[in-house]
Write a protein that binds this ligand. Structure first.
Ligand code: DX5
Ligand code: ZN
Length: 216
């Protein structure tokens, strides 16, 4: 499986997005993770499609857009037009799951389904034939900088056993140590916010994460 690091811009300096994106690009990040929150599905509000569209103009790395919003179906077209390459939404949201996946694919993006910590991984199984990726949350969605929940690993192990080829992403509390646990469980795409942007040297941290995920 390809190992990919997806730095979460939520932990970056919002006044310097372009420079922060450049750091990720130069360090070889394979994806850029953009957390969209609506103050309804989760308590926090972050960024929307217009911001992502602006960032797209200054970054060549594919955009991994994580929708933590109640009604993703309403906004899929906006995020696709803004330049999302991969769109994740939550199985716990209010939109119809199948319809939302179909819309993402019809808009030319890869579709992913995310599960919150209290949701069984079985919830994604009916949709696996259409999904490029499954996002297993290792914190409650809503805020960066929370502690990694190691007890989510059995979900990843089960999914990897049943689907050897699907991309499995982990998001929440991923750092140079916890990434090893996630990789051992079978995850291959790693979101890291605080670990990257609160470090002294984000570029070095990205390479370290990559090495640790590969077990080098
Ligand atoms: C949390 C977001 C995460 C967050 C991760 O709801 O989905 O992507 O930015 O941040 P860290 O890596 O700091 O836990
Ligand atoms: Zn996220």
């Amino acid at each position: 499986m390809d190992i990919k690091i997806s730095p979460s811009m939520l932990a970056s300096d919002f006044a310097n997005f372009e420079a922060e994106l450049k750091k990720c690009e130069d360090a070889g990040a394979e994806l850029i993770h953009l957390d969209v929150m609506d103050g309804h599905f989760v308590p926090n509000i972050t960024m929307g499609a217009p911001v992502i569209k602006a960032l797209k103009r200054v970054c060549k790395v594919p955009f991994d857009v994580h929708l933590m919003i109640s009604e993703p179906l309403k906004y899929i077209e906006d995020f696709a037009d803004a330049g999302a390459d991969l769109i994740s939404f939550h199985v716990e949201c209010d939109s119809d799951t199948e319809e939302t996946i179909d819309k993402i694919i019809a808009c030319g993006c890869k579709a992913a389904l995310a599960v919150k910590p209290n949701t069984s991984i079985d919830a994604v199984y009916p949709y696996m034939d259409k999904l490029s990726m499954v996002l297993v949350m290792t914190v409650e969605p809503g805020f960066g900088g929370q502690s990694f929940m190691a007890d989510m690993m059995p979900k990843i192990e089960k999914l990897r056993k049943d689907y050897p080829d699907v991309d499995i992403q982990v998001d929440g509390g991923v750092n140079a140590e916890t990434i090893k646990v996630c990789a051992n469980a079978g995850a291959n795409i790693f979101v890291a916010g605080s670990a990257v942007f609160k470090s002294e040297n984000p570029a070095e941290t990205i390479s370290l994460l990559k090495r640790n995920a590969k077990g080098l």
